[in-house]
Design a protein around this ligand. Sequence first.
Ligand SMILES: [Zn+2]
Length: 211
Amino acid sequence: MSAHPGTALAAACASCHACGLLNRLPATGDHGAICPRCGAPLHRRKPMSLQRTWALVIAAAICYVPANLLPVMTVTSLGKTEGDTIMSGVIYFVRSGDWPLALIIFTASVFVPLMKLGLLTFLLISVHRRSSWRPVERTRMYRLTEAIGRWSMVDIYVVTILVALVRLGNLATIEAGAGAVFFGSVVVITIFAAESFDPRLIWDHCDARST
Ligand SMILES: [Zn+2]
């Protein structure tokens, strides 16, 4: 691991993840080191950050397929059962002229999760390649993936509200489909993936000139 002289890593120091206290690490490394102020374990970088993030990104990418192929909700009306996937919902709203609604569902449910996975994959590859390309922009990309996590749950909210509303009447029933479970998994797993990535890794391969 390389780091330019100005970093805590180069000075054998690490700040506590819990309370922020800057500590000098023992010469043997950070294994077993704890924060003297609050007792939390100390790490130079989040442990196994790249491996964990890769595992979660791949898991989310696998769940993304059934999330889009399986119905997110099934509607039973007058004895007829119909399943709706995310895309068939978007197409339905486009056809009935509800452009803004179609755009919101498409952005939140199809585009945002895909963009998050794409950005995280790009960041992981750039760290593996020890890239020193535009660290400021890459850090911004990371902050973006962290910030937009919870906003892609819109679909689940819509299904939940519909299920609750329609349960009140007896003519039709709406149930959440298997796609909704996978869709929720994609959102939750990508939140964990963004959380397990350590953005300081982006800066470890950048020399003092690029700061
Ligand atoms: Zn502490």
